[in-house]
Every structure is written in structure tokens, then in C-alpha cells.
Design a binder for this molecule. Structure first.
Ligand code: ADP
Length: 214
């Protein structure tokens, strides 16, 4: 009995030695965070392409559903037009389903999710066994956000809807930043700068090592 436990300990020790000699690259699970117009969608596209990981954009998924006229699309069309949030249950199940695709195992960039505290809690549960999440938050002045959105001209970019989306952002979404900040998981970058400079700043932050959730 004693021998057995000794050899079990040795076995564990030798496995540990072998494992430490292998460089384990954890999956890069990133959340790009910021108000509408912060440029997070563009930066998430670039980052995903540079690192060969998928971008999961809830806004794109919803707009695609609307364009296809799917059941989900019919459910969310009016909500998108009004600049309100779709329900947590719906968006959480869309993200959970997407994250089960095999292309996400090496990591992914989330754009537009989580946008509420229940969504952040659901993401935690989804990632329980798959490493934590790093948050890259782009900070942009309010007047710059309004300027960018009004030139973009998406269907939900008219003046009234922009205002509503910004209100929703400060009420529902900003608390999510605080949720991650308390864990020291947020890297904050200045999103007022030109796109290429922000891209470079994100890459530099990743090279330095992002702040991770515990
Ligand atoms: P932006 O960040 O420019 O406002 P998005 O493309 O991220 O644009 O989102 C567009 C719309 O899609 C939102 O205004 C909202 O109606 C809906 N939406 C996207 N992501 C979520 C989410 N995580 N939770 C609830 N609604 C969402």
C-alpha cells in the first residue's frame, strides 16, 4: 500500500516535470469592450484575422438573423431598430451555441457581449473549464462617439436611436466594466486615436501580457 502511494506520488511528480517543459499556450479568450462607436468591431475584426481566431459579434449575428428573416430575426428586429437590448436569455443562448463550434477552442474575440451583468455571469459559467477572459476596453469621448456613429449610417444610427443606445450603454453595460475591473481583468486603451494606432496599441498590450481574470 505504501509502495503504491509512493509510486503514485513519483508518477505525479514526473508528469508535472514533463508538463512544465511543454509550453502551454492558453486559449486567448478576449472581450472587446466599449460604447457604440468605440471601434471595437473593427478592432475585433483585425485582431481575429491577425491571430487566426474567430470574432464573435452579437450585433453581426443579430443583423444577419434579421436579414435572413429567421425566427430569431423576426423576434429581434424591432428591438434593434429601437436601440434597446435583446433579452439576456436569447443572446446568451446564441453565444453559447456559437462557442460550441470547434473553431473557438484556441480562443475567440467577443464583440458586443457581454453587455449586462447576467451576460457576464453566463460567460463566466461558459468558460469555467476553458481559461478566463481578458477584457480590452476602448475609452472614447462622448462627442467622438456621436460623430463616428452619425457618419457610419447603419440603420440603427439615426440621432434618436444613437442617444438611446448610449443611454442603454451607461445604464446596463458600463457596470460590466466595473465587474471585470474589480477582478483586475481589464486593459484600458485610448480609443480616440486613429484606427491603426489603436490596433498597434492592442497588439502591444497583448505582447506585454493582458490582465487576466483570476
Ligand atoms: P454597437 O456597439 O455599435 O451599438 P452592435 O452591433 O454591437 O452595435 O449591436 C447592435 C444592437 O444589437 C444593439 O443595439 C442591441 O439591440 C443588439 N445587441 C447586440 N449585442 C447584444 C447583447 N449582448 N445583448 C443585448 N442586445 C445586443
Amino acid at each position: 500500500m505504501e509502495n503504491l502511494s509512493v509510486s503514485a506520488t513519483r508518477l505525479r511528480a514526473s508528469q508535472a516535470t514533463r508538463w512544465t517543459s511543454v509550453r502551454i499556450v492558453p486559449p486567448m479568450n478576449l472581450v472587446f469592450f466599449g460604447p457604440p462607436g468605440a471601434g471595437k468591431g473593427t478592432q475585433a475584426d483585425r485582431f481575429a484575422a491577425n491571430h487566426g481566431i474567430p470574432k464573435i459579434s452579437t450585433g453581426d449575428m443579430l443583423r444577419q438573423a434579421v436579414a435572413e428573416g429567421s425566427r430569431v430575426g423576426t423576434l429581434v428586429r424591432d428591438t434593434l431598430q429601437a436601440g434597446a437590448l435583446v433579452t439576456d436569455d436569447l443572446i446568451i443562448s446564441l453565444v453559447a451555441e456559437r462557442r460550441e463550434q470547434p473553431d473557438t477552442t484556441g480562443g475567440f474575440v467577443l464583440d458586443g457581449f457581454p453587455r449586462t451583468i447576467p451576460q457576464a455571469a453566463a460567460l463566466d459559467a461558459m468558460l469555467a473549464e476553458r481559461g478566463g477572459v481578458n477584457v480590452v476596453a476602448l475609452v472614447v469621448h462622448a462627442d467622438e462617439v456621436v460623430r463616428r456613429l452619425s457618419v457610419r449610417g447603419r440603420e440603427d444610427d439615426d440621432a434618436w436611436v444613437i442617444k438611446e443606445r448610449l443611454r442603454v450603454y451607461s445604464r446596463e453595460t458600463e457596470p460590466v466594466l466595473e465587474f471585470y475591473r474589480r477582478r483586475g481583468a481589464v486593459t484600458i486603451l485610448d480609443g480616440n486615436r486613429p484606427l491603426d494606432e489603436v490596433t498597434a496599441a492592442i497588439e502591444a498590450a497583448v505582447t506585454r501580457g493582458l490582465k487576466a481574470t483570476g
